[in-house]
Design a protein around this ligand. Structure first.
Ligand code: SF4
Ligand code: SF4
Length: 338
């Protein structure tokens, strides 16, 4: 069902929703960007409608609610282990189509990648409901159309589009209808907006020969990339983490185990016992990341991991473009296979 609310109706809707759910959405953080006086749009819990940023893509993805940067899994003392409590209210997560597609990738990695689900991910995931933010226009770095993530038709409880002074909703989950009725919404057919054209285009190669591993294509990234890992931390589909044990006592018998976000671009990620390191140069790390996002994941699960949100392009301090790299990969594959 579709319905339309005024600005006041939308504010009332958010107030009422906040009584039953925690609301998690993109928020403008004034002056907290990477340079002095620059804003950044990050995800955070919100209390009122005015806080929600609907007209700009967030600089950081929503994923920290599902995969926090640091998460205590359990506590231990001598022979006893206690799983960390999780007291979490139901949450409404406001996100765009590319990010809703990214949820499928995260689910794939944490729930359907091996014989057992990740229980820590599962217990948070069950609390989340998604609200689709319609896209009026493409961001300058987006390439969602070529990645097939520009549109979502399922997986959300309702959608939201702001057009001038009115707010338009497609309500998919009937459990939410009373919230809209209470605000005196006007029924009307509503289709969430989505973009059909991006300025950036990518050609993702169907197959990649093994020779690409030794290609000179990656050399420029050894020079340009500073392995800061920012591209991984903004990416809605990056899932890597490391484990850390924090001991409260000198004898190492009391403490907690934490899961902490990791980056395949950062030095030390591939260190192994005995002093070995699988990928020493930044070019090799870039090769691993790019092939994982647009080739290896697809070979395993049938679809690409990258959703074309363009955040990694936006955040890179060295202006390294992931989309440009995909196209360089496609050109090199053609040269090597024809
Ligand atoms: S953000 Fe840029 S410089 Fe930093 S690791 Fe990623 S590609 Fe390298
Ligand atoms: S690799 Fe870059 S463009 Fe692709 S999903 Fe991650 S951040 Fe977005």
């Amino acid at each position: 069902m579709g319905c339309i609310l005024t600005q006041e109706g939308f504010a009332g809707l958010m107030r009422e929703l906040a009584k039953s759910y925690r609301l998690y959405g993109p928020v403008n953080k004034a002056g907290e960007g990477r340079f002095a006086g620059i804003d950044v749009v990050r995800y955070d819990f919100i209390r009122q409608a005015e806080e929600l940023v609907l007209d700009r893509k967030s600089d950081y993805a929503f994923k920290e609610i599902l995969t926090p940067l640091s998460e205590t899994l359990f506590y231990f003392t001598e022979n006893q282990v206690k799983e960390a409590d999780m007291e979490m209210q139901e949450v409404l997560v406001f996100l765009r189509s590319c990010d809703l597609h990214a949820v499928r990738r995260l689910d794939q990695m944490y729930l359907h990648n091996g014989p057992a689900e990740d229980p820590f991910y599962r217990r948070v995931r069950e609390k989340l409901h998604f609200v689709l933010i319609g896209c009026q226009k493409s961001g300058p770095d987006c390439f969602c159309v070529d990645m097939g993530t520009n549109r979502c038709e399922e997986g959300y409880v309702f959608s939201i589009d702001n057009i001038d002074e009115s707010y338009r909703f497609e309500v998919k989950d009937e459990a939410f209808l009373p919230f809209f009725a209470a605000q005196g919404c006007t029924e009307a057919p509503v289709t969430p907006r989505y973009v059909t054209e991006n300025a950036v285009h990518v050609e993702v190669p169907e197959t990649v020969p093994l020779s690409i591993c030794k290609s000179k294509l990656w050399d420029e990234y050894s020079v340009r990339c500073i392995n800061c890992g920012r591209c991984n931390f903004v990416c809605p589909t990056c899932t890597c983490y490391t484990m850390q044990d924090a001991y409260y006592t000198d004898n190492g018998k009391v403490g907690e185990r934490r899961r902490v976000a990791a980056s395949c671009m950062v030095d030390g990620y591939t260190n192994v016992a005995g002093g070995g390191q699988y990928r020493k140069s930044n070019g090799e790390r870039m090769r691993f990341k790019v092939l994982h996002k647009v080739y290896d994941f697809r070979r395993r699960f049938g679809y690409d991991m990258c959703v074309g949100c363009g955040r990694c392009d936006m955040v890179c301090p060295e202006y390294i473009s992931f989309s440009a790299c995909i196209n360089k990969l496609a050109r090199t594959v053609k040269e090597e296979t024809t």
